[in-house]
Write a protein that binds this ligand. Structure first.
Ligand SMILES: [Zn+2]
Length: 362
């Protein structure tokens, strides 16, 4: 599901969809032509505005008083579409796994009648990659001989996830990840976040409003701070404390994937900082970092060869891949933390054994 609840119900038009100028320009160019393609495929990651754009296209196609090929937001048709009350708008979604044949059969029954009120009946199919087997074939048949005055908008993350025969029948519109600035502005506008916090979360969200919304919840911020704290503490951690720390961490499988994503972003910060420090004799970093690196971490990053940091980054990415295919979490975290401890803090980071003359703790 696209997550743009903050915009739903508001009077929006193409002009209010932020950060997708290219896709919107393309759609408006199409609206200027006499004939509109009967099927579109909107692809792109979750939370970048595909669903909002599909709704805007439905509105623009049926608006009673369109302005510059955009909906007016005020006529009866626009109001009904905005409120989800228009009889010629059909939504089809999956039950989480599949779009079922029954849903397509019900849809086909509607084609016996022309659109009730609008110029076009608009059928929005979310998670179109879940059109499989019978339902997929039935949909293909519909697209091969499309009923008049019906426009289909298929929404999916990647066009490769759909049957190629379906893709070839659609006019493809690609939606890019949003710029950090667009996400930050959205967070400030819709969530009332302070600019600093909005900018920090936008960097974590990697171009998705949905991810940004997820991160903006309070406990998520606390979660990422805890991970960074653990990484910073690796420096002074003795071998006696290292393994219990990791085994405690590994108990929480639910957040493990997200934690590794935080680690990846943190290592990315180290690389950005390291590269900037090499270019800038003052040792500062103008590149926007996701996290605030503390003094000791900066000092460590500055003295490490960049290749070692790149290798570390690769190491974290591999660990993330491993977790996706069910690698042992504790061993994965141990591997990543040991790699960070060694790469960043070197052997000096191991306060492993008490110095001569001190009592062993066991
Ligand atoms: Zn209108």
């Amino acid at each position: 599901m696209e997550n743009l609840q903050g915009l739903q119900g508001a009077e929006v038009a193409f002009a209010d969809i932020h950060g997708q100028q290219r896709a919107i320009r393309f759609l408006k160019r199409i609206l200027k032509k006499e004939t509109v393609p009967h099927a579109f495929l909107f692809s792109g990651m979750t939370g970048v505005g595909k669903y909002a754009a599909a709704m805007e296209l439905a509105k623009a196609l049926n608006c009673l008083n369109p302005q510059d090929y955009d909906s007016c937001g005020e006529c009866g048709s626009c109001h009904k579409l905005q409120e989800g009350l228009h009889p010629d708008l059909i939504h089809i979604g999956s039950d989480g796994v599949l779009i079922k044949m029954d849903q397509i059969r019900d849809l086909m029954k509607r084609f016996r009648f022309r659109p009730f009120e609008g110029k076009f009946r608009v059928v929005i199919i979310q998670d179109a990659q879940k059109l499989m087997e019978l339902a997929g074939n039935a949909m293909l048949k519909i697209l091969e001989e499309p009923p008049k005055a019906n426009i289909f908008i298929l929404i999916a993350a990647e066009s490769q996830m759909l049957l190629p025969t379906i893709v070839s029948r659609c006019c493809q519109v690609r939606f890019q990840p949003l710029e950090d600035e667009v996400v930050a502005q959205w967070l400030a506008r819709e969530g009332g976040l302070a600019p600093d916090r909005a900018a920090g979360i936008a960097r974590l969200a990697a171009g998705s409003i949905e991810k940004a919304r997820w991160f903006s919840e309070e406990d998520r911020v606390a979660g990422w701070k805890k991970v960074v704290e653990k990484l910073e503490n690796l420096d002074g951690l003795s071998i006696l404390d290292f393994f219990p720390m990791v085994s405690g961490w590994a108990k929480n499988r639910e957040t493990a994937e997200q934690d590794l994503e935080f680690i990846r972003l943190w290592v990315r910060d180290l690389i950005l900082f390291r590269v900037a420090a090499a270019q800038n004799s003052a040792g500062g970093c103008d590149a926007p970092l996701t996290f605030e690196l503390n003094g000791r971490t900066k000092e460590a990053a500055r003295s490490v060869p960049p290749e070692r940091l790149f290798f570390l980054y690769h190491n974290v990415e591999q660990a993330m891949q491993g977790l996706k295919v069910n690698a042992n979490l504790q061993m994965t975290l141990e591997g990543v933390c040991l790699a960070i401890k060694d790469s960043l803090y070197g052997k000096g980071g191991w306060n492993s054994f008490p110095k001569r003359g001190q009592n062993l703790p066991f």
